[in-house]
Design a protein around this ligand. Structure first.
Ligand code: KIV
Length: 271
């Protein structure tokens, strides 16, 4: 029997059950087949094809430049490596804010051309029509509130959001709205832990935090940051589980040295 016949795939319903049982949800980003396969076999529940690909894969300063075609390329590669995890794809900037029909068409392209299990978009009441229209086509939607990187030019800074009462109240109302509309989960990014805990206790759908403390239903990190492939980005919430930047540098330097010294290839490594 093939492995995929024995694996219970993670669905939005499985995530809901995990929240009910108090079982924490582990989510990471991935942008390619090889990493997606490693994450999936390691047991990650959700793989997010984040528009952070714009930063870590393409080297842009913000998430704004990445296109729908580029996101679809990354997402299709990820889906080919995954058997169990739920794959969610970010709707990139400019593909859903304009009007709800554009949001629906962008989401349909993602679902048809990648085989992913749903889409994520940023914002609350501002994107209400888009969320409703995507959901009406049967496409699962994950919300994203708090620090929403596609609005970085409006915020002007990547600092903690919703410290002020008015912004905190709007965030709670947006979370309740997204739940009411039918979103299956919400990412809360870089907000006070007490506020995130309050939201998680007020909604029945899973809340996934990044820089939102422990009292939420799951956590997400950008893969390249938690593996230590990136070095320049060190917010307080980021735990680095490895220092791959230095390890890869060491391996590449050893290779260069071996090539130059004629140590590589040796007799066993030739035909
Ligand atoms: O694009 C991304 O990687 C994200 C995560 C930070 C949640 O949206």
């Amino acid at each position: 029997m093939a492995v995929y016949d024995t694996v219970r795939k993670v669905t939005t319903h499985v995530l809901y059950e995990m929240k009910v049982r108090g079982e924490k949800i582990a989510m990471l980003t991935a942008y390619d087949y090889t990493f997606a396969k490693i994450l999936d076999r390691a047991g990650v529940d959700i793989i997010l094809v984040g528009d952070s690909a714009s930063n870590v894969m393409a080297g842009h300063l913000t998430t704004l430049p990445i296109t729908l075609d580029q996101m679809i390329y990354h997402a299709a590669s990820v889906v080919r490596g995954v058997q169990r995890a739920l794959v969610i794809v970010d709707l990139p900037f400019g593909t859903y804010q304009g009007n709800s029909l554009e949001a629906l068409q962008s989401s349909i392209r993602i679902m048809k051309e990648t085989g992913a299990g749903g889409v994520k978009l940023e914002g609350g009441s501002e994107v209400r029509e888009s969320v409703m229209r995507i959901l009406s086509a049967g496409i699962p939607v994950m919300g994203h509130l708090g620090l929403t990187p596609q609005s970085i030019h409006k915020f002007g800074t990547y600092t903690v959001r919703a410290r002020e009462k008015a912004e905190a109240e709007k965030l709670i109302n947006d979370a309740l709205l997204l739940e009411e509309l039918g979103c299956f989960a919400i990412v809360l990014e870089k907000i006070p832990a007490t506020l995130a805990a309050e939201v998680a206790s007020k909604v029945r759908i899973p809340i996934i935090g990044i820089g939102a403390g422990q009292k939420v239903d799951g956590q997400v990190l950008v893969l390249h940051d938690m593996l230590g492939l990136t070095t320049e980005f060190s917010p307080r919430f980021l735990r680095r589980y490895h220092n791959l930047y230095d390890e890869i540098t060491g391996a590449v330097k050893a290779y260069i040295s071996d090539v130059r010294s004629l140590d590589f290839p040796n007799e066993k490594e030739q035909y």
